[in-house]
Design a protein around this ligand. Structure first.
Ligand code: AMP
Ligand code: ZN
Length: 127
């Protein structure tokens, strides 16, 4: 199956991040591969705040890992590449997958938050 066919099959028009993947909603893309996309968070919580997603729709990181472990690995590798490209690797950064309601997940297309650029403290928030 070609990449284009895969994209058409797996775009969910009700999903905000699927619409970003499809180019229907603009985003500031900083990194992309055949299977992943990374773009700046619209409401950054740190000097660098980038979202890394698989192009294919999976609701959360557990669902992604269960359905397609190779794609989960692609997302982790993309997060590392983004951190390197943004100059975060030397001082460190945080990679967060909010999961479910109690985890604060608002967009149910799995995304890793790459946050850094300043000291983040022991936790972002447990409030
Ligand atoms: P979460 O709460 O883990 O589901 O994170 C969702 C993230 O998506 C939040 O940090 C939002 O600021 C971010 N967000 C929402 N809409 C957009 C958008 N159109 N472009 C970029 N980031 C967005
Ligand atoms: Zn989606």
């Amino acid at each position: 199956m070609s990449f284009e066919e895969l994209r058409i099959i797996q775009v969910d028009n009700d999903c905000l991040f699927c619409r970003i993947v499809a180019g229907e909603i603009p985003a500031t893309v900083v990194y992309e591969t055949e299977t992943t996309l990374a773009f700046r968070d619209i409401d950054p919580k740190a000097p660098v705040h980038i979202l890394v997603i698989p192009r294919a729709h999976h609701a959360d990181v557990a669902a992604l890992a269960a359905a397609d472990p190779a794609l989960a690995a692609d997302v982790l590798a993309a997060a590392g590449a983004v951190a390197e490209a943004e100059g975060l690797s030397a001082d460190g950064y945080r990679l967060i997958f909010n999961t479910g309601r109690f985890g604060g997940q608002e967009v149910f297309h799995v995304h890793g938050h790459v946050v850094g650029g300043s000291p983040l403290g022991p936790m972002l928030s447990i409030a």
